[in-house]
Design a binder for this molecule. Structure first.
Ligand code: IMP
Ligand code: MG
Length: 179
């Protein structure tokens, strides 16, 4: 792995694809152990960042499951608070189902808590959160994260679905911003 440049910034190798594969494998095993064998969970990847993680995750999941993707979108609301966030892409009926949100990375937790609020209203049987990466030093929400692949320092990372201004999502390994 060599250093790379995306737009104006330089990034150095941080987590190899072999290590990522290990984290994903461990997460899959934990989930498979916790979810009853007769339960068919619905995994929901949050686009765009989690497309690669979700694809690898379900390939390793050893039982029947559903996979779908959603995207957060905002539009100007009619009230004074301005932007209203909503989810695009959820067509399934989630009532009574075991739903697992798959996130690429949780940073402040703002995105996650918006998503969480939306799913909480859907009468699911249980709602779990699995994230590949987590930044504990910046997380500021009172939300329980059920499964964490790897906790990392507060550094900006790219690769494996994560981007810097649109670039870097296609990289198989993870790089971090050079100091
Ligand atoms: P949060 O709302 O602060 O938790 O940020 C969540 C979203 O910000 C993630 O889903 C990513 O899209 C993006 N993000 C947070 N940290 C990073 C990073 O280190 N690299 C690339 N994107 C990030
Ligand atoms: Mg994201």
């Amino acid at each position: 792995m060599k250093s790379i440049q995306l737009h104006d910034k330089h990034f150095v190798p941080f987590i190899s694809k072999e290590q990522i594969d290990d984290y994903v494998q461990q997460l899959t095993q934990k989930l498979a152990k916790d979810i009853e064998p007769d339960e068919v969970p619905i995994f929901i990847g949050i686009l765009n960042g989690s497309f690669m993680f979700a694809a690898d995750f379900v390939r390793k999941y050893p039982h029947d499951c559903h996979i779908t993707f959603v995207k957060m979108a905002s539009y100007e609301g009619v009230n004074s608070t301005g932007k209203i966030k909503h989810l695009v892409g959820i067509n399934e009926n989630l009532e009574g189902k075991t739903v697992v949100i798959l996130e690429d990375i949780i940073d402040t937790g703002n995105t996650l808590s918006e998503i969480y609020d939306i799913f909480r209203d859907k009468n699911v049987k249980q709602l779990k959160i699995a994230t590949l990466f987590f930044k504990p030093d910046v997380f500021k929400k009172d939300l329980h994260i059920d499964y964490i692949g790897k906790s990392i320092e507060d550094k900006f990372i790219v690769g494996y679905g994560l981007d810097y201004d649109g670039l870097g999502r296609n990289l198989p390994d993870i790089y971090k911003l050079k100091e």
